[in-house]
Design a binder for this molecule. Structure first.
Ligand code: ZN
Length: 147
């Protein structure tokens, strides 16, 4: 577990310093905004769906290291996935950060977020971008809030 914790800190710091797929996506077919008032995290997720799959995905905004790293790693994990695959990964990731799942099967690098389940206030940071993504895919125009 201590190894996973070290990896967790390293990975989160690295992604928060150098977020992947960061910026606007002018050609986005779907987008949604997410806000976590408890921490001040605020992001917009941009998705371009093509033939039912995530052809491109980007995010911008600002927030704490956990929220930014989670958004960054989410974009990496979901690029090229179909909508239903994305839903499936979302639900496994959600179970992981809320401590409802013991295994980290098929989550790849996202497994480092298992450590978040020990810090209930941080769960909202880790899940924010994912909730916004789901809102974007469903076509919800209203900004989502974790509160
Ligand atoms: Zn946060």
């Amino acid at each position: 577990m201590s190894e996973l914790r070290e990896l967790y800190q390293e990975t989160i710091l690295e992604h928060s310093r150098k977020p992947r797929n960061f910026g606007e996506l002018p050609s986005a077919s779907h987008k949604a905004e997410g806000y976590n008032p408890l921490c001040g995290d605020h992001y917009t997720i941009f998705v371009n769906l093509k033939d039912g799959a995530i052809d491109d995905i980007r995010f911008n905004g600002a927030g704490c290291a956990i929220s930014k790293a989670s958004a960054s790693m989410m974009t990496q994990s979901l690029k090229g996935k179909t909508e239903s695959e994305a839903e499936e990964i979302f639900s496994r990731f959600h179970d992981l950060v809320t401590g409802q799942q013991n295994g980290t099967d098929n989550l790849g690098k996202l497994a480092v977020f298992a450590g978040v389940s020990e810090f209930p206030l941080r769960v909202k940071c880790a899940a924010l971008a994912w909730h916004a993504l789901r809102a974007a895919l469903r076509g919800d125009q209203q900004a989502i809030s974790t509160e």
